[in-house]
Design a protein around this ligand. Structure first.
Ligand code: TMP
Length: 236
């Protein structure tokens, strides 16, 4: 597999072309940002850990019938993925109140909610990823009705599978953000990453935070938290 021209650089990853037009290589960086890039830093070995964690979780989801962009891990920081056009919507799934929802609705962090909450944001760095609803999505033609229906159903199913899987590892899945892509044939598949950067993971017993909130909130032991998640998932 030949690594070709860079097609995209985000805050945590770079994406490269390959000699196969339907395949891209994703390269995970140690760079970390928060609050739409206002806070910048690095988390030692984050790229290596997130590459492994995301691939491990996507492989598990594939085994349960969720289609993902994962093809195979190529190296510590690199993974071969199916080329997709990213749907410019961030899907946020929330099981327990935390973060911006706690702030917005005045629900203390850790509050159990009667139902799982699904939120959408418009992927735009300039605008700071504003929250949107179904009407905005159709009005802006970000996705069709059929696509959004599928995205919502897949997100709920992913939440169920991930929550059950993590519970057995003593990890509580508080909330997470996922992104979807359209393949060359127009199929909707799970893309981007699932990692401590994009999920809130709390220890089920101690409720200790094992995710990027340790970086966002200057809590210390950031690297240890990422390592602990990798260890619980893979034993490594
Ligand atoms: P929030 O409470 O800050 O809205 O975050 C909800 C979830 O989404 C949390 O698990 C972190 C994740 N997230 C991202 O992956 N990227 C982002 O840019 C933001 C704001 C949150």
């Amino acid at each position: 597999m030949i690594k070709g021209e860079q097609v995209y650089e985000g805050k945590a990853k770079k994406v490269f072309k390959t000699d196969d037009p339907e395949l891209f290589i994703v390269e995970y960086k140690d760079d970390a940002t928060a609050f739409n890039g206002l806070k910048k830093g690095t988390i030692d070995q984050k790229g290596v850990i997130n590459n492994r964690v995301s691939n491990h979780l996507m492989k598990m989801l594939e085994e349960k019938g969720i289609k993902t962009h994962l093809v195979k891990q190529l190296s510590d920081r690199e993974t071969l993925v199916t080329r997709v056009e990213i749907v410019p919507i961030e899907v946020i799934v929330r099981n327990i109140a935390a973060g911006s929802l706690s702030k917005r609705l005045g629900l203390p962090e850790g509050t159990k909610m009667a139902e799982t909450v699904l939120e959408y944001s418009y992927k735009s760095d300039e605008l700071g990823d504003p929250m949107i609803n179904d009407y905005h999505i159709f009005a802006m033609k970000l996705a069709t009705r059929a696509e959004l229906e599928q995205i919502a159903a897949m997100s709920m199913r992913i939440n169920q599978i991930l929550s059950d899987y993590l519970r057995d590892l003593n990890i509580e899945l508080i909330d997470f953000k996922i992104e979807f892509g359209r393949t060359a044939t127009g199929e909707i598949i799970l893309a981007d990453e699932i990692s401590p950067d994009t999920c809130r993971f709390w220890d089920s017993v101690t409720h200790e935070k094992l995710d990027k909130d340790r970086f966002r909130r200057d809590m210390g032991h950031v690297e240890d938290a990422y390592k602990e998640i990798l260890k619980r998932l893979t034993g490594e």
